[in-house]
Every structure is written in C-alpha cells, then in structure tokens.
Design a protein around this ligand. Structure first.
Ligand code: AMP
Length: 187
C-alpha cells in the first residue's frame, strides 16, 4: 500500500497515518516529524528549517526533497508507505513523481481529509504543539490554501483521490478510511 495523506494542518492526518501504518506494518513518513526531530537534534537540516517551521512557512523545497531522497533510500520503504504532510505544493508533487519513478514505485491513492477552518483552529490550539500559537496557525492555514490545496485538483484529475470527512471523531474517521480502502482492495 502506498498512500499520500493530504489535508490542512490539524485535519487528523498524522493520527490516522500512524494507526494505519502500524496496522499494515509500513512506514509512516511525516516530513513535519522528521523536521521537528532535526530541529530538536540541532542537525544542519534542523538549523536551516527552524525559522521556517516556527513562522508557519514551508521549509524550502530543496531541503525537503533532500530529506525525502534520503528517506526513500532506506530499506523499509520497499514494503509500502504512507506520506503525511508531503507533498505540500506543486513543485514537491512533481519532484515526488520523479523520485518515485527513480525508485520504480507509485502511490496507489491520495486521501484528502476535509475539515473547516474553525474546527482546525480549535483543534490545533488544544493540541498545543510548539508551532501551534494562534498567529502561526493562521499562517499555516493560509499557506495550506495557497500552496497545498491546489494539489486536490491535481490528484482528482489523476482519479486517485479518496475524500474523507475529517470533522468526525478519530474512531469514525478510522472506520471510514478502512471502508474506503477495503473497497479499493487496499487493506
Ligand atoms: P506538519 O507537522 O506537517 O504540520 O508540519 C509542520 C511544519 O513543518 C510546517 O508548518 C512546515 O513549516 C514544515 N513542513 C512539514 N512538511 C513540509 C513540506 N513537505 N514542505 C515544506 N515544509 C514542511
């Protein structure tokens, strides 16, 4: 199974990706997690990414693609994967296509989690992550609308999009996701 999880910050992608990846024994690849880890460990990637993450801006594509190339070079990705928070704009989507071609892989579906802005803001304020203050949250939502939302159209045109109502409870979303993937013969 090779899936891309798409949706605004706070839509529940990470929670669902982690559960499903665990169930299917495949890696959950979250660029946000990798970047936060790099920032904590003060690696060169972390030092370069820090100001962007703290401001709620996207980290430059060149850094993100370098980390994804490295991640795809690891053995565990051969079994399948769930990408969470990547790609985040059209440039990254194209770069992903090229990367997958090199590795002779392709995604099976893109799952889009739909949630309204009010619910997202409330959820993120509750979550209380370091980049979850109100100004940064608003910026991340604006960046999502500008840069990431156009990917919905792209994957819709490719006929691989699965739409999920992300306002439901975690258990309900898990169930809905299972049903959709089962009907696609993916789980
Ligand atoms: P996330 O955990 O996916 O919400 O990501 C947290 C932050 O990490 C984002 O606000 C961005 O600053 C950065 N980030 C994560 N993934 C990407 C990506 N694919 N491209 C650029 N920046 C990213």
């Amino acid at each position: 199974m090779r899936l891309i999880f798409l949706g605004p910050p706070g839509a529940g992608k990470g929670t669902q990706a982690e559960k499903l990846a665990h169930q299917c024994r495949i890696p959950h690849i979250s660029t946000g997690d990798i970047l936060r880890q790099a920032i904590t460990n003060k690696t060169s990637l972390g030092l370069q990414a820090k100001t962007h993450v703290e401001a709620g801006e996207l980290v430059p594509d060149i850094l993100v693609m370098a980390l994804m190339r490295e991640r795809f070079g690891q053995r565990d990705v051969k079994q399948g994967w769930i990408l969470d928070g990547f790609p985040r704009n059209l440039t990254q989507a194209q770069a992903l296509d090229q990367l997958l071609q090199i590795f002779g892989q392709f995604y099976t579906h893109v799952v889009n989690f739909r949630v309204s802005a009010e619910v997202l803001i409330a959820r993120m304020l509750e979550r209380g992550r370091q980049d979850d203050n109100e100004a940064t949250i608003r910026r991340r939502l604006a960046v999502y609308e500008e840069e990431t939302a156009p990917l919905i159209d792209l994957y819709q045109r490719r006929r691989c999009l699965i739409e999920i109502d992300g306002t439901l409870t975690i258990a309900e979303v898990t169930q809905l996701l299972q049903e959709n993937l089962t009907s696609q013969l993916l789980v």
